[in-house]
Design a protein around this ligand. Structure first.
Ligand SMILES: Cc1ncc(COP(=O)(O)O)c(C=O)c1O
Length: 398
């Protein structure tokens, strides 16, 4: 069969490409400490798991394309009770994870050939989804030297061409673990207004901000009609497998367009929506402890990483990721070598080479992304492995 050109251009997934090597190490009885993927290890809220026991419908029916009213109003009141956004349930559109929300947003707000500005490194799937939707990404470089802060507004403005339709931000950011504060967002809002753009903000890590107060793009009163927020229960509630996310927007025309595409996939799964309702209802009793756990992990990681010689790093202030620059020529090679050849106390380490988070894969060649999805004891073991591995790797070079 001759595959489509689109498929041939898609490229590999930077996070999953090391899986065969990891499986081989595990088959040999080695413990692989996995810091490569944002799959939280924290238990999902109990009431959400109980839904699985108590869900007993007679018929598993199709539901509404935009999701159940009970879930949409639960999400709206969740937002409204934490910050006064005054969101109504009609402004919330339920999707099959934030993943589908990104795709529906691209299809509904942007045309084939349109340009979207994205600071990089960025969540790798934006690149794949942009290819699916025929969009051109204009990547705006952020730098590890200054902790991947948001580029200057002038830099954004210089990227804008006739074809530029949108700016896409991930806030808090995966893969950098950095949060862009209120001032940054307000400055961007002015630019969006001046050039009549759309601001898409992926807020799936919205409550994971450790040293500041989270400021949502939903609060940008100057450009309310031009803001699209993407959210999900995957990370906040450790519920990646439920596949529930949402789009939030005050722009009715945009939501109608989303409805048109969403009707093609009929509806999000019913049981998962019930799970999502239970998640949101558990937020106050559940999330504060989760956040403290991630804060501890972030602190442990920073303490250890800042002591290792030859590293470039910074203290991430949000989400549960950190990019580090290693003293190696190729992080790709180092990550493969770890899984294939390096063991410390029968353990090894799985990291995500960071070049997959850049549009141009020649960038970030020495960088890896860590996800703090192991407890502090295991994290310490992971850093023991990393330190010992770097010493051995260095010796191999000579
Ligand atoms: C920034 C970002 N957006 C979206 C997603 C996808 O989320 P979901 O599981 O809700 O599809 C992820 C998953 O890792 C992510 O990190």
């Amino acid at each position: 069969m001759v595959l489509s050109e689109r498929s041939l251009k898609l490229g590999d997934n930077p996070i999953r490409k090391l899986v065969p090597l990891s499986l081989r190490a595990e088959a040999d009885g080695v413990e692989v400490l996995k810091l490569n993927i944002g799959q939280p290890d924290i238990i999902t809220p109990r009431p959400a798991l109980d839904v699985l026991q108590n869900y007993k419908p007679d018929i598993l029916k199709y539901g509404r394309a935009k999701g159940k009213e009970t879930l949409r109003s639960t999400i709206a009141s969740h937002y409204n009770s934490h910050v006064t956004y005054d969101i109504s349930s009609d402004e919330v559109f339920v999707t099959t994870g934030a993943s589908e929300a990104i795709l529906l947003t691209f299809f509904s707000a942007l045309d084939h050939g349109d340009e979207v500005i994205i600071p990089q490194p960025c969540y790798a799937n934006y690149i794949g989804y942009a290819k699916m939707a025929g969009l051109h990404i204009k990547a705006l470089d952020c730098d590890i030297e200054d902790g991947f802060v948001l580029p200057f507004i002038q830099d954004f403005e210089e990227c804008i061409s006739q074809k530029t339709k949108a700016i896409l931000l991930c806030n808090p950011n995966n893969p950098t673990g950095q949060y862009y504060a209120k001032d940054d967002l307000e400055a961007l809002a002015k630019l969006v207004k001046k050039h009549n753009l759309v601001l898409i903000v992926d807020e799936v890590y919205r409550p994971f901000v450790y040293d500041d107060t989270f400021h949502s793009a939903l609060s940008l009163s100057e450009i309310l009609e031009s803001v699209i927020v993407i959210d999900s229960i995957s990370k906040t509630f450790s519920a990646c497998g439920a596949r529930i996310g949402c789009i939030v927007s005050r722009n009715k025309a945009f939501l109608n367009a989303v409805q048109g595409y969403a009707q093609l996939r009929l509806c999000p799964p019913d049981i998962a929506q019930e799970i999502a309702i239970a998640c949101y209802q558990s937020y106050s009793s559940y999330f504060p402890k989760v956040k403290e756990e991630y804060r501890k992990r972030r602190n442990t990681a920073y303490q250890r990483l800042s002591k290792i010689e030859g590293f470039k790093t910074y203290k991430p202030n949000a989400a549960f990721y950190n990019i580090i620059e290693l003293p190696v020529a190729s992080a790709d090679h180092f990550c493969e070598w770890l899984l294939r050849d390096f063991r410390l106390n029968n353990q090894t380490l799985m990291l995500a080479p960071a070049n997959g988070f850049y549009l141009d894969r020649k960038r970030g060649k020495k960088q890896v992304r860590l996800a703090f999805v192991l407890n502090c004891d295991k994290l310490n073991q992971a850093f023991d492995v990393l330190e010992a591995a770097l010493e051995t790797y260095e010796e191999l070079k000579v």
